[in-house]
Design a protein around this ligand. Structure first.
Ligand SMILES: Nc1ncnc2c1ncn2[C@@H]1O[C@H](COP(=O)(O)OP(=O)(O)O)[C@@H](O)[C@H]1O
Ligand SMILES: [Mg+2]
Length: 655
């Protein structure tokens, strides 16, 4: 069926695509231009059906205000400016959000810089040199099915238990033989094991090209595999059902900042339902997409699709309505929510190291450039036992607030979808509120006002909203923020997982020329030398061979011929190899942590030495370190802010 207004926008085509995305990847380009939406009155509707967090969202207080512009030191504070010219299918929800915030929209762009740029597809939708943009460079590439599977697998190698929320996956065509061999091995061990697998094309979305198989020999290898790489994954056969139907959760996650890492999760998401009662996969029902795939873009074409304006009925509902229902049946929804938070944080921790490499390449430190934030769409499946499973991450989750109504086969009209609007407008609006560049200034002003009015009788009662110049809290009329900070809030529980992140910092340090993403042989040698890793048993010749071996293999695998050299994943593999050699008896994550400690220690000595030289202080006077990490136990605290990385993870509920 034609997908003229699908649930997710297609992603970038080639792995590690060149910086500028091609027109093909901009799936929403086919969406016809519509007139601007009819804007709702500025007072938002109260949220419906929220029970998870107790308080209803719509706690709006009315306030009299002559205009959205507030007075500042010089009597006037300008509104935040947003360039929405590249917003594409998020435009409708964005317009409503800007209107609610009383900010200023520039729908056709602006000659002067704007505070915020809202892109529909990628960081590169427009050239920007200042302000904030809602996409990170490289995110599209990072969440492609193969890249995500690789990144999660690296974490699974280090922390298998912590990362068991992602189904076992193999990358095709590279790992086809491995897939066949591993399945055969398990089947030989346990003949009663009757698995099902799901094959997903790498750059696919909206369920496009996905199919289920019972046996590795069913993979459609015919010629196309090389041109269309894919991931084959264990199929979760026992999902939680509601009304006998399979459903998944689309959760919105805001990556507010990469360094320092800041993650927010939207308190409500969407649940997308299948439209045919679920049965566990059998050879007969494998091809029933309305039974097995929850994508809105597919199920909309089923005669059974129910469009509803109620948040708790129909084929698309709010996630909070699902939690309400589960709660009424006695399910511990706090535990479910806590497990979801944990899944989100761990997934972001898997993605961010490579994202940092992209970031420094596109926005080198010291050069003018925008700062980035991004709303990600997590697809999560709840298993029958309520364990959340990560299906995929979307860099451009659909922010459309319309429903496609099929008038006759293939002929659609767009009608407003209240459920989409309720969830998505809140996510966009509150993302903007969190990114508000003038917030600090405004807060200072309102503190000053508070002081001015302190002591005046009615000032307290009437709150600052009734201040004569109308300069009080400009958000007083809005519901409380729907995005909940989970990182750094829970940093202590998760920092120990950030080993690859620390490896990425080492990698970036040795990249040398700004703008590159791959480490050359000299950079790798310098890394080995500066970290004092060569020895009588690891000669520099052996280091060169290690570099060539691993780099060649990764470059042949990733089809990325942009620049030659060692990519981060290859560096990580080399690092694991070095760590295993040096710290033989420990579990892998301890070997790796010990080697990182060692490297960081030697580099910090080097930095101090250089700093000393620069200041003319003779070196050798200080280090405050308590001995090299080699001398201390593997669990010794590393220097600097990495101390937190070693804190173990007490398993209690996150809320
Ligand atoms: N491992 C899995 N087990 C069970 N169902 C899955 C699995 N992976 C995907 N699905 C189903 O297939 C749908 C599409 O998969 P997804 O990975 O989200 O790809 P797409 O980008 O095409 O949406 C999911 O929404 C879910 O219903
Ligand atoms: Mg999906």
């Amino acid at each position: 069926p034609e997908r003229k207004a699908g649930e997710e926008q297609p992603r970038a085509a080639p792995a590690r695509a060149p910086a500028q995305p091609s027109a093909v990847e901009e799936g929403d380009a086919r969406v016809p231009q519509r007139p601007p939406p009819t804007l709702p009155p500025s007072k938002p509707k109260p949220a419906r059906g929220l029970c998870l967090h107790g308080k209803p969202l719509g706690k709006g207080r009315s306030c009299k205000r002559s205009s959205g512009h507030r007075s500042g030191e010089n009597g006037y504070q300008r509104p935040v400016t947003v360039d929405s010219s590249k917003a594409r299918t998020s435009l409708d929800a964005l317009k409503i959000s800007i209107r609610q915030l009383k900010w200023k929209e520039f729908p056709f762009g602006r000659r002067l810089p704007c505070d915020i740029y809202w892109h529909g597809v990628s960081f590169h939708d427009n050239d920007i040199f200042s302000g904030q943009v809602n996409k990170f460079p490289g995110m599209t590439e990072m969440v492609r099915k193969i890249t995500l599977s690789r990144a999660v697998r690296t974490m699974q190698n280090l922390f298998p238990e912590e990362y068991n929320f992602y189904p076992r996956s193999w990358i095709l065509p590279d790992e086809f033989q491995l897939f066949v061999a591993q399945v055969r091995m398990v089947k030989d061990d346990d003949p009663s094991w009757k698995p099902t697998f799901i094959v997903k094309p790498d750059g696919g979305c909206q369920g496009d090209g996905i199919y289920l198989i019972k046996d590795p020999s069913d993979i459609r290898l015919a010629g196309t595999l090389q041109s269309r790489p894919a991931v084959v994954q264990e199929y979760i056969c026992k999902p939680l059902l509601i009304d006998k139907l399979k459903f998944d959760i689309r959760l919105y996650v805001l990556l507010k900042s990469l360094d320092p890492l800041e993650i927010y999760i939207a308190k409500d998401g969407l649940s997308r339902f299948c439209t045919e009662p679920y049965q566990e996969p059998t050879p007969k029902n494998l091809h029933h997409i309305f039974m097995h795939l929850t994508n809105y873009s597919l199920n909309i074409h089923s005669g059974n699709f129910v469009h509803s304006d109620s948040a708790s009925t129909g084929s698309k509902r709010t996630f909070s309505s699902i939690l309400c229902r589960l709660s009424s049946k006695g399910v511990d929804i706090k535990k479910v929510w806590s497990d979801i938070i944990s899944l989100v944080i761990k997934t972001v921790i898997a993605l961010t190291p490579e994202l940092k490499v992209f970031y420094q390449s596109d926005i080198p430190t010291g050069r003018p450039g925008p700062t980035c934030f991004q709303i990600l769409g997590f697809d999560i499946l709840l298993m029958k036992n309520l364990k959340p499973i990560l299906l995929e991450v979307n860099a451009n989750p659909s922010m459309r607030i319309e429903h496609e109504h099929e008038l006759s086969p293939g002929v659609f009209e767009n009608v407003p979808s209240l459920v989409d609007e309720e969830v998505k407008v809140a996510v966009i609006r509150d993302t903007l509120r969190l990114m508000d560049p003038l917030k600090k200034k405004r807060e200072n002003q309102s503190q000053q006002l508070e002081k001015t009015f302190a002591g005046k009788e009615d000032a307290l009662d009437g709150e600052l909203t009734s201040a004569p110049d109308g300069s009080a809290n400009p958000e007083a009329h809005l519901p409380s923020i729907c995005l909940k900070q989970v990182f750094p809030k829970y940093a202590k529980q998760f920092n120990y997982l950030r080993l690859v992140d620390r490896m990425a910092n080492l990698f970036i340090r040795f990249l040398g020329i700004k703008g590159t993403m791959k480490l050359g042989p000299t950079g790798f040698r310098t890394f080995i030398r500066n970290c004092k890793l060569s020895s009588s048993s690891l000669s520099m010749a052996a280091v060169d061979i290690l570099y060539i071996d691993i780099t060649r293999r990764w470059n042949s695998m990733t089809l990325d011929q942009r620049d030659s050299g060692m990519c981060l994943q290859a560096f990580v593999e080399a690092f694991f190899f070095l760590a295993q050699r040096k710290f033989k008896m420990l579990p892998l994550h301890e070997q790796v942590a010990s080697l990182i400690d060692l490297c960081e220690y030697h580099l910090s000595l080097l930095d101090e030495k250089r700093l000393g030289c620069a200041r003319g202080i003779p070196s050798g006077g200080r280090p405050a370190h308590r001995g090299t990490p080699q001398e201390s136990s593997p669990s010794a605290q590393p220097a600097g802010d990495n101390c937190a990385n070693k804190l173990s993870h007490p398993r209690h509920t996150l809320s």
